[in-house]
Design a protein around this ligand. Structure first.
Ligand SMILES: [Zn+2]
Length: 271
């Protein structure tokens, strides 16, 4: 499923190309996770001002209102010259003066939601509870450590919950914990300040590296220009169960936490 780096890579791949475009027409296909919230034709005539990101949402600012786009489990956006007719899994099209933006989403857990502003109740419902952004200055190491101290759950699940910091999903949580030398099962409250600082740094490092590598294309992720990402090729532990650790050659282990796979090196990562 697309995580924060894939969403950011998607944003970078079309934000400047679509900025300033006028919406000529819009079309929605089968229902997505949430309804659009206005008649799709009402988007025609509006101008795209730019595209921002908050957590795993893309916020497309229009001259009137904004669209919140989420890629769900299997969504991807493409932007370019108008292609053919929409395929069976293409559930939202924005035909603009600068190209066609199309959401392809076979499993339909993605969404395109219209809001009059970020203060709109629907925007607040989707964005209001999100933790701080990991790549911004608001993600402070000391605040992060104090947040960990209050939580008894295993660190991996605390990261996935997104309350202390947003957007550290399954792949990048496993990778950041490896870099920080912390077992995914370690109780968050048990982590010392020094280790919390290492983890804070590792989270930033892993996410920035993933964005630079174009994200991870584990199944079928590609950016809005159709390019794949390469981060998965350099993953230290994620999806490498049974293979030798790239640092110490011990066998990488896989366990299940909260119905999600966690990968770790039993020698490099301490409880
Ligand atoms: Zn190792």
């Amino acid at each position: 499923m697309p995580e924060l780096p894939e969403v950011e890579v998607t944003r970078l791949s079309f934000a400047s190309a679509i900025a300033g475009a006028r919406v000529l027409s819009a079309r929605s296909g089968k229902p997505l996770r949430w309804p659009l919230g206005l008649a799709v034709q009402a988007l025609a005539g509006r101008t795209v001002l730019g595209v921002r990101r908050r957590g795993k949402y893309l916020l497309m600012d229009l001259d009137q209102g904004l669209l919140l786009l989420h890629l769900g489990m299997s969504g991807s956006l493409s932007f370019g010259a108008p292609g053919g007719l929409p395929g069976v899994h293409d559930h939202f099209d924005l035909q603009t003066s600068q190209g066609l933006l199309r959401l392809h989403d076979p499993r339909r857990f993605g969404a395109v939601v219209y809001a009059n502003s970020e203060q709109d109740p629907i925007a607040q419902k989707l964005l209001g509870h999100l933790g701080v952004e990991p790549l911004e200055d608001s993600f402070e190491p000391d605040v992060f450590w104090r947040g960990l101290k209050k939580r008894q759950a295993p660190i991996k699940q605390v990261l996935l919950a997104g309350e202390l910091v947003v957007g550290v999903g399954n792949i990048y949580a496993s990778e950041a914990l490896f870099l920080a030398g912390i077992r995914p099962t370690t109780r968050a409250a048990k982590i010392s300040q020094a280790r919390a600082l290492r983890l804070h740094q590792a989270i930033r490092q892993v996410l920035a590296r993933a964005v630079a590598q174009g994200g991870s294309s584990l199944r079928d992720f590609s950016n809005a220009q159709g390019q794949n990402g390469y981060f998965q090729l350099e993953a230290m532990v994620y999806d490498r169960a049974g293979e030798p650790c790239r640092v110490c050659a011990s066998t990488v282990k896989r366990i299940v936490q909260g119905q999600r796979s966690s990968f770790f090196c039993p020698a490099c990562q301490k409880p």
